[in-house]
Design a protein around this ligand. Structure first.
Ligand code: UD1
Length: 340
């Protein structure tokens, strides 16, 4: 068995895919998740895919005493991937304190435990939301941050600042923030994928639920953007590509290949696709048509964003391989599976 990695939020969407890739690469995985936005059944599904069941602890990372007990028991953890966080942009506007408490307290608690239990390696789940609506496209890691558009986005900016300052003060640390663009799609096994609770906020789950008959029709938010077809542009990335980038990053940290205490990378494909192009790709790859109506812009949405991926490609030696049609067809296979 390889080295032991703690994955917080490991039963969640990106977390579960990363657990699969870590186990495939020979790591031993232990998960902490409070199951606030995921299901314990995911552990069975992970086991079906990889033949090994990760260790699992259910509790909230805001519980510092419980977390400290965990690290006393699991004394051989070599690195942490920290996914666990609240992530609904709209909800964060309504419940800012919940977002600041959950997302910032959990990171502070983890970093306190890293210090007391001598763990030096951490990968942090960040987001392209830290850039706001940037002045330049594509967005590189050197593109300056704009003020966050939501409390959720602000927690990601603040957490990155915490990582930078802590790395500065502790030379033994190797900390990496991975800034995801728009993660979509599902594992090719059809056994894990995104499981939104209630009405989905994100585009692709809304498309698949509409086609599955769970929603009446998709609303395309905004048709008057300054983009080729008037709908907003994002850099969609397959969740399996994203998961693989985490394994590469963990290896890099454990092998002490990261020279700086703190580094950050954009994880996208580098391609910007509009909402209409996403719908077209879905229809083309699945052969099913999507019922949609045109609607006003969604408050808080930005017009266009896509990544410059050169730094991640060159330094991590990682490149997204899966295209938009594979993202759509895998999302649809997963949706069908959740219905049966
Ligand atoms: C945002 C954040 C991202 C965060 C994610 C979590 C930015 C740039 N991105 O993604 O970092 O991880 O929220 O929720 O801040 N759309 C529709 N109809 C729908 C749903 C969405 O037309 O029913 C459109 C949106 O207006 C947008 C695109 O689809 O143009 C993608 O939306 P969504 O999937 O919600 O992701 P972002 O808002 O880009």
């Amino acid at each position: 068995m390889g080295e032991k990695i703690l994955v917080t939020g490991g039963t969640g969407y990106i977390g579960s895919h990363t657990v699969v890739e870590l186990i495939n690469e020979g790591f031993e995985v232990v998960i902490i998740d409070d199951l606030s936005n995921s299901s314990v059944d995911i552990l069975d599904h992970i086991e079906k895919i990889v033949g090994t069941r990760p260790q699992f602890y259910q509790f909230d990372l805001c519980d510092q005493a419980r977390l400290n007990d965990f690290f006393k028991k699991e004394s051989d953890i070599k690195g942490i991937i920290h996914f666990a966080a609240s992530k609904a942009v709209g909800e964060s506007v309504i419940k800012p304190l919940l977002y600041y408490r959950n997302n910032i307290t959990s990171l502070l608690n983890l970093m306190d435990c890293m210090q007391s239990h001598q763990i030096n390696n951490l990968v942090f789940s960040s987001s392209c939301t830290v850039y706001g609506q940037p002045d330049e496209l594509p967005v590189s890691e050197r593109t300056p941050f704009k003020p966050a558009q939501s409390p959720y986005g602000n927690t990601k900016q603040i957490c990155e600042e915490i990582l930078r300052d802590v790395a500065q003060a502790n030379q033994q640390y190797r900390l990496t923030a991975l800034r995801y663009f728009n993660p979509v799609g599902a594992h090719p096994s059809g056994l894990i994928g995104e499981l939104p609770t209630g009405t989905p906020n994100n585009l692709v789950p809304f498309i698949t639920q509409t086609v599955a008959g769970l929603r009446d029709s998709l609303k395309v938010f905004g048709t008057d953007y300054d983009t080729p077809d008037g709908t907003a542009v994002r850099d969609y990335i397959h969740v399996v590509d994203l998961a693989k980038a985490h394994v590469i990053t963990v290896n890099r940290l454990l092998n002490k290949k990261q020279n700086q205490g703190y580094e950050f990378f954009n994880l996208g494909t580098g391609n910007g696709y509009s909402v209409k192009q996403v719908i077209d790709a879905f229809e083309k790859s699945t052969g099913v048509s999507v019922k949609y109506t045109l609607a006003d812009r969604r408050p808080g949405d930005i017009e266009r964003i896509y990544a410059n991926t050169k730094f991640a490609n060159d330094v991590l030696g990682w490149k997204a391989e899966l295209g938009l049609e594979e993202m759509m067809s895998s999302a649809w296979e997963w949706q069908k599976r959740t219905l049966s």
